[in-house]
Design a protein around this ligand. Structure first.
Ligand SMILES: Cc1cc2nc3c(=O)[nH]c(=O)nc-3n(C[C@H](O)[C@H](O)[C@H](O)COP(=O)(O)OP(=O)(O)OC[C@H]3O[C@@H](n4cnc5c(N)ncnc54)[C@H](O)[C@@H]3O)c2cc1C
Length: 455
């Protein structure tokens, strides 16, 4: 490899209390929480919308509730509240979500799921950030950090204005990939080989009632919710089925590693979200690998969609009308922090004196379930990287074992994590303390006052 040396003179264009790098599932809520606690906040995002994988790859939001349907007699408990719930209230108010829906079939996977309209969410997210006074910079990549000794003092961005620096008291890395934490020298491991990336897609003109009828006749449905939609005659909202029961699909799906599919439909005759495509062991922190994966997955999706159209009743007149801006990435860098949640702690409902959120869903249910439909806590130290000051991390990058990550990485967990780290960052900045030195009881009291459920 040949190297060149660059001499850079970078303008310090902004100064603030808290920078949130990555305006996705976690970063959106972190920015809101920090700003509402009095911090001057800048939120950085590489795309043109806020919400990240939650509205561009993930399906229903898992989960605000415990898994009560898998355990007869267990009480239904809303485990995640706070800003995460406020987002749903706002979405319901403007017709962007039917709210929390109980599963008719599949209640032992997730008892209640929550679906939002992604285009409506994009507007609601901007409104909420504007109301909170967050400065949003879109189309920028966080490419490096500024440091004094062990402490992060700023972040370097690149966008259409070129290369610029932002000085900050606290940096929150919610890039999913730990881009800033890695640049800051935090220790990490890479976990892509333990799982898959995906490319969900949407199809229009699907006769959902006809599709459901066919699937029911052939005993293929494994997840179902019906409800009121915006059109007469179509009430299928959540739909998952076992396509491998059909030999031609079994062969293609096993060859490619595809599964399911699992999906949802919020609008008439639109199967807006179909999650099935899959590719194992892809390191999306490598540009060439990431690019090649995009091309491979797109072929997988288009072949699969053509097969649905040809073989499955209901899809006769359907066409693909949505694919995500990026393949859906599940697992890349995991940043070493003061605590690493284990599967044992998750399934046995571990609680911690310094916990800042609770959560009650596991994505492998009913195979792996949290004991008795309970919930567990995540301690504040799980978000503080070892050996680096002025930095917090949260989202899909905090848990280093796949079977534990299958719980902590889910959207509603990420939103609760965001509220915890955003609040912590603002309190730290206000007190002139490193996040590590923040009084965790003050943080917990503040979160409770904001409506966060801490048991
Ligand atoms: C295919 C797929 C299906 C899934 N299905 C579900 C589901 O049904 N239900 C569920 O609850 N969860 C699901 N998940 C998991 C869940 O969606 C994610 O784990 C979660 O959304 C991750 O949140 P995050 O905040 O860590 O990352 P993200 O939401 O991905 O946010 C990271 C943000 O940072 C931005 N960014 C990245 N790097 C930079 C940079 N250097 N500079 C600036 N911006 C940057 C990104 O553009 C993005 O907006 C799914 C995941 C995938 C991949």
């Amino acid at each position: 490899m040949r190297y060149i040396n660059e001499t850079l003179q970078t303008p310090v264009r902004y100064e603030c209390d808290v920078v949130v790098a990555g305006g996705g599932t976690t970063g959106f809520v972190a920015a809101l929480a920090a700003a509402r606690n009095g911090a001057k906040v800048i939120l950085l995002e590489r795309y043109n919308f806020i919400g990240g994988t939650m509205i561009n790859g993930a399906g229903p939001l898992h989960s605000y509730f415990n898994l009560y349907k898998a355990f007869p007699g267990v009480e239904k408990i809303q485990v995640v509240k706070g800003i995460a719930q406020e987002i749903i209230d706002r979405m319901v108010e403007c017709g962007g979500s039917p709210g929390h829906l109980e599963q008719e079939i599949g209640g032992d996977y997730d008892s209640v799921i929550t679906i939002i309209d992604w285009e409506i969410f994009k507007g609601v997210a901007f409104d909420m950030l504007e109301e909170a006074g967050v400065k949003v910079l879109l189309h920028v990549m966080a490419v490096d950090v500024m440091k004094e000794g062990d402490a992060v003092t700023g972040v370097i961005i690149e966008g259409k204005s070129g290369r610029e620096a932002i000085a900050t008291k606290v940096l929150i890395d919610t890039t999913g990939d730990g881009d800033c934490a890695a640049k800051a020298g935090a220790k990490y491991i890479k976990m892509h080989s333990s799982t898959t990336i995906g490319m969900p897609f949407g199809m229009c003109n699907v006769d959902m009632p006809r599709l459901l009828e066919f699937l029911e006749e052939n005993d293929m449905v494994n997840q179902l919710i019906r409800g009121k939609k915006d059109i007469e005659g179509d009430d299928v909202i959540r739909l998952g089925f076992e396509l491998k029961k059909i030999p031609i699909f079994k062969e293609f799906m096993e060859k490619t590693g595809m599964w399911g599919p699992l999906g949802f439909s919020l609008h008439g005759y639109n199967y807006g979200y179909i999650n099935s495509a899959s590719l194992r062991g892809i390191d999306t922190t490598d540009t060439v690998t990431y690019s090649n994966a995009e091309m491979t997955m797109r072929k997988q999706v288009m072949t699969f969609a053509a097969m649905l159209k040809e073989h499955i009743p209901g899809f006769e007149n359907a066409y693909v009308n949505w694919t995500p801006v990026s393949v859906g990435v599940r697992y890349t860098r995991v940043i070493e922090c003061g605590h690493d949640m284990s599967l044992d702690e998750i399934v046995n409902c571990a609680r911690f004196d310094d916990e800042v959120m609770l959560y009650g869903f596991h994505d492998c249910a009913p195979r792996i379930m949290i004991k008795n439909g309970g919930y567990y806590g995540i301690p504040y130290r799980a978000f503080i990287p070892n050996g680096v000051e002025g930095l917090l991390v949260a989202g899909r990058l905090i848990t280093s074992t796949w079977d534990a990550h299958m719980s902590t990485r889910n959207t509603v967990s990420c939103m609760a994590q965001g509220e915890a780290v955003g609040t912590a960052a603002a309190l730290s900045a206000k007190q002139g303390k490193a996040p590590r030195d923040l009084d965790v009881n003050l943080l917990r009291d503040t979160l409770r006052a904001q409506g966060v459920f801490l048991g």
